[in-house]
Design a protein around this ligand. Structure first.
Ligand SMILES: Nc1ncnc2c1ncn2[C@@H]1O[C@H](COP(=O)(O)OP(=O)(O)O)[C@@H](O)[C@H]1O
Ligand SMILES: [Mg+2]
Length: 211
């Protein structure tokens, strides 16, 4: 199964989600490969940092430009292929969508970020003409932990207009442990943080069990 993580925006938490989902699958003894399709190399650097942690390693392949054939081939050899795409309408995103089973779009609960969703939906509907199995999910990321902030409720209302996109019910909160984990080659589960672990597990289960 090819799970592509992509968005029109950078810095929304794509690599954070990709690396955390990858570890969660490794901890389930799943056969998984992480593909770093972003020249910023966050995921590839994270797998390098991970080597000195003593934790189970995550296989990582770097692939840029046209990634379609590479990820299709990896999909015959691994149960899960997690692709970390770059933050714009890139060749990697477009070619990846030709063969992906699932696209997860991380999106912050703010209007400029939400405004990129209709553009992504155009890209998705073009891809579906060739790849009809493609399912698209949106995950709200970096959500404020302050209960007085109602951006999440506003974002849910905005996103509910789009039938072609499944909004994942579990959101990712804005917590320092996400930054600490990625800089240490770890996942939030390995940091022993209960709240953020539950977020990542919840998202993975929703995405795997849907459709
Ligand atoms: N949920 C979160 N809470 C706190 N910091 C986060 C969270 N998600 C990402 N970050 C931090 O924000 C920055 C951008 O995240 P990253 O995953 O690299 O985004 P992208 O891959 O979309 O560019 C990084 O410094 C990362 O550690
Ligand atoms: Mg990234």
């Amino acid at each position: 199964m090819i799970i592509l993580i992509g968005s029109e925006k950078g810095g929304v938490g794509k690599s954070t989600l990709a690396t955390n989902l990858a570890v969660t699958l490794v901890l389930r003894n799943s056969d998984i490969v992480l593909v770093d399709a972003d020249r910023q190399s966050t995921s590839a650097n994270w797998t390098q940092d991970r080597k000195s942690t003593g934790k189970a390693q995550v296989q990582c392949v770097r692939q840029y430009d046209d990634i379609e054939n590479t990820i299709a081939d990896l999909n015959t050899r691994y149960k899960y292929v997690i692709v970390d795409c770059q933050g714009r309408d890139s060749k990697e995103l477009r070619t990846g969508l030709m063969v992906a089973d699932k696209l997860i779009i991380p999106c912050r609960p703010s209007q400029p970020d939400l405004d990129t969703i209709p553009v992504m939906l155009n890209t998705i509907s073009m891809a579906r003409r060739i790849n009809s199995k493609l399912e698209a999910y949106c995950v709200l990321t970096m959500c404020s932990t302050n209960p007085k902030v109602n951006e999440v409720a506003d974002s849910i209302a905005f996103l509910s207009r789009y039938q072609d996109l499944k909004l994942v019910e579990t959101h990712i909160s804005d917590r320092k442990v996400y930054r600490d984990a990625i800089s240490e080659g770890l996942s939030v589960i390995e940091k022993g943080d209960t709240k953020t672990s539950a977020e990542i597990i919840g998202i993975l289960n929703e995405v795997l069990n849907h459709g």
